[in-house]
Ligand binder design. Sequence first.
Ligand SMILES: Cc1ncc(COP(=O)(O)O)c(C=O)c1O
Length: 438
Amino acid sequence: MSEQVSTRSAQIYERALKSMPGGVSRNTVLRKPHPLYVVKGEGARITDVEGVERIDFANNMASLIHGHAHPEVVAAVTEQLQKGTAFAEGTEAEVEFAELILSRNDNFEKIRFVNSGTEAIMSCLKASRAFTGRPKVAKVEGAYHGQYDYAEVSQNPTPVNWGDVDRPISVPVAKGTPPNALADVIVIPFNDIERALALLDQHKGEIACVLMDLMPHRVGLKPADPEFVRAIREWTRADGALLVLDEVITFRSCFGGAEDWYDLDPDLTALGKFIGGGFPVGAITGRADVMSVMDPLVPVVQFPHSGTFSANPVTMTAGLITMKLFDQGAIDHVNGLATRMREGIEAAIRETGITACVTGGGSLLRLHMRAEPPRNYREAFWNDEQRSHLTGLIDHLLNEGFTVVNTCTAVMSTAHTEADVDSFVAAMRRGFEKIAAE
Ligand SMILES: Cc1ncc(COP(=O)(O)O)c(C=O)c1O
């Protein structure tokens, strides 16, 4: 099978290399020796150009909660496509979708839609600056929040450049990042109250917001300690800074998002990914007074905000159906599948005797080649041996008919069944046996 995979896909990739840097428009699809090219997705399964079908546990990087081409979403979007895809006017679909998202959490008083998680986070940071009149933001080391200059600082530092744990360095992602952007981002360690507060204290009165993901994927996909979350919340309140939650991924965890887990009341929440029903989306939601910095009906708007494709009726329609279908029963289903998978993998780890562990929460899980769950980004960082085992495992899973996110993270959708989960666990166990035999 792998021979065949390389043939057709290799040809396409060869062409792709001539037109795009690296042959791709987003680095996450890259894998060696070439990306997988898909022709079709239906429910939990995708089919590649070789005609090979796989069970998809990547779900476009956690952006598809009902799998591929859900019939109700397809029907509604098809109807909308025939009526037009984007207008320089509003549509009622936008208003209805806004009402629906606001109804899911009391923290959500007002909302605006954008086209990506990156844009949602950027808008949250700009709104926080406009509201507080302060220039700086704080974020957790290693956390991914998209590509805005400030949000991406220290997204992927390495032992060579991350600096002392008491004073993490603001490491740029892109060459040429303005030094002022780096200076205006305070990097704090995850789940380390003492160090995080000491760092924040050095910038009292200057920080517009602390940006936080309650289960940051790249930091290890471990839910934040409730005490850490509480300490950060109290610090922001005492200081007059805002708390901005990145729920672009975690919103799938509970009816009102992961903030419900913690009974937390952030000032702003960024949403994205699955709320668009498979179409590009982002949203900024939260306190009405903070959101009002975007209000153009006042004499001087503090944060003018627009976007050509924001709230286009195709995304709004797909999102509306998707979120209506993502009711408590659906949430229990996907979360139950993840628990079943986690328990199955943990049993396989014990029985094969390999050094590994599983983190995650809600409908997501991630495998680590270490005995204990990482507590922060530095512990989650792969050494060469871990990298080799994990990339080998991802290839093994692909050859066995499964896709996962390239960190060995599995994402459930309502289209998955317990049988899908069990066959995935069996394939993972065979991968562990190979590692144990090495
Ligand atoms: C937690 C989190 N925030 C923000 C983003 C950025 O979203 P987008 O890729 O839609 O710009 C991502 C994307 O993976 C994410 O995982």
